[in-house]
Design a protein around this ligand. Sequence first.
Ligand SMILES: Nc1ncnc2c1ncn2[C@@H]1O[C@H](COP(=O)(O)OP(=O)(O)OP(=O)(O)O)[C@@H](O)[C@H]1O
Length: 697
Amino acid sequence: MSRRPSTTQPNRGASPGSQGADQFSLALDGDDAPTSPTAAEAGALTRDTLLAALSLWVALGWLRQLDRHFALFLLERDPAADPLVGLAAALVSHQVGRGHVCLSLSRVLDAPRSALSLPPLENEGESESAGAVVLPESLLDPVTPARWFDALIGSTTVAEATVAEGLATPLVVDGDRVYLRRYWQAESGVAARLRQRLGPPLAVDEGVSTRLQALFTGNRREQGEPDWQRVACALALRQRLTIISGGPGTGKTTTVTRLLALLQEQSLSGGGEPLRIRLAAPTGKAAARLSESIAGAVGRLEVSDVVRAAIPQEAQTLHRLLGARPDTRHFRHHAEAPLSLDLLVVDEASMVDLEMMAALLDAMPAEARLILLGDKDQLASVEAGSVLGDLCAGAGDAGYSEATRDYLQSIAGEPLPVAAETNPLADHVAMLRRSFRFRADSGIGALARAANAGDGRDFTRLLKSGFQDVETLDIDAAAFERAVVTGYRPLFEALLGGADVASILALQARFQVLCALRRGPWGVEGLNDRIARALWQQGWISRTDGWFAGRPVMVTHNDPQLGLYNGDLGLTLADDAGRLRVCFPQGDGTRQVLPSRLDAAATAFAMTVHKSQGSEFDHVLFALPARANPIVTRELIYTGITRARSRLTLALAQGGNDERTLREAIARQVVRDSAIAERLLSPPGSSVPRDSSGSET
Ligand SMILES: Nc1ncnc2c1ncn2[C@@H]1O[C@H](COP(=O)(O)OP(=O)(O)OP(=O)(O)O)[C@@H](O)[C@H]1O
């Protein structure tokens, strides 16, 4: 029998305190027999068909077991639920596993396969057997967004967003989007907090103009382009939220350091107190890089010693800043115990996932300024969400409002063109467009631009045009081993020659192998093996598995007790007595840890591009898989390439489809479902508008 409550009917959801989405994996044995079919309507999806399809999709690698269990859990909790609830549950869980914050019903209905891993990653062959399989489109064929929406809000496991607060349903449906409750809460929280920060501009003293001109006086304007660094600084002077996005070496750190100098000069003038400024980044490596580049930029500032001393040069990880505690996801700092600061700079903000951003914004004092630095074109965080990218996309092609243009003209002397379109978010975003890192003749810079522009033909043409800083090699040939041995030679000569730890660790940052995948011959596993064997043959390492001197490792989980965080890169070294310890660069010194204390560490001769985010290396050897793979996208290629500071070797499967594979990968862009920008730009209190594809009844 059909149960179709109107979309406005309050949800008969679970009571607050009832079991939430987190516990679902404990609740069911995955082999539960399907219950008897409950077709919501004639011809509609039955439970049996759904459960059979989910099992098959798991077997094919299109869905995770976890996703299927979640669907089973919901259907068990609400035996009267329409099977479409189970389908939405499996798909939204799968989407979150792939970095999306939610599931868009209309998007799945338009492209039913998009919410599954189809074909299975790194396992293409099995999709051949898909002929006999129930495909998502056949399950969804008679379904409309309105029908699916109604099925969802008819279940006790789903709440509509307008009434979801205070309930404990595992799923929340907000217009066209279905969320796991945790992510709905995080996204609504982030949008609400950011909206507060978009509030009216802060007062800026006209006198600042002279100092602004002085600090940016050396900046040359090119071809009538505005000085975007000066614009970014002027914008940040009068806002509680500023996003500064730019590619490598576009001057994000230089700009923010000048901003900090200006603000401290103002604060200290007339004997005032300095602002409490903190610097942070998502990983230890990124924090170390920020400390290093801020220190360099502070050194170059033309300011008084007092002002210089008032600019911090030590960055910390966001986990440490917020006060991560062992065995809990909760931090010491939150809305009731906010951070004690007036201004926070977060570097590598593209790596900050939605939940971390929610925790950070919760802990920010309302009056403090937040400055997010990052590169919107890089890969988003590994965890769900892509807040920086969403905010920059929300600003879109919109320009600055008239009031902001007037302000920029008067304070920064930057005349900006009238924008055809404006929106409140765009006034908070500054894009730095000119790289000071890559010279005009740099191949790395040219490839990065081509990848970013989605121009695969230009990319492959550039690869052949013989840049000094770029070379290619055949990944399947001995040339790969030779390149690795040459790349690692300085490090192992120092290590075997008894150099001091700091010099050895500095050499570790000189050369790194990156790849796209984890498994397979062109993934981390295969390449780590190959590299270890090549180094062993040189006599540089004593074994190729377990612990040995010269083994680089990456921490794979946060360990606040050890002061080590996911992504930290260290090197195993032997002390004078031959005892092994893993050394991590930390601040000006090193942290040394016994291998036995590192529960979660992986060999890092090769690492994925995802894991390399926030790091840069002088020379990167970037290995790309021979066959097309959905994981290899424009963002991945751009991010991998731009980890190289001065030299890039691309290892490709030559003689195969390397050119076509590259072009296809560059055409493939990551689009993550999320509604942050929409929420920010819609009136306060309104729910996310439904798609025109319609879920109104
Ligand atoms: N306006 C400028 N004119 C000349 N050189 C500049 C300018 N701005 C920055 N630079 C130089 O460019 C280099 C990169 O600057 P900076 O470190 O500020 O960039 P970034 O965007 O923070 O880089 P990264 O992507 O590595 O974090 C530095 O050597 C800096 O001195």
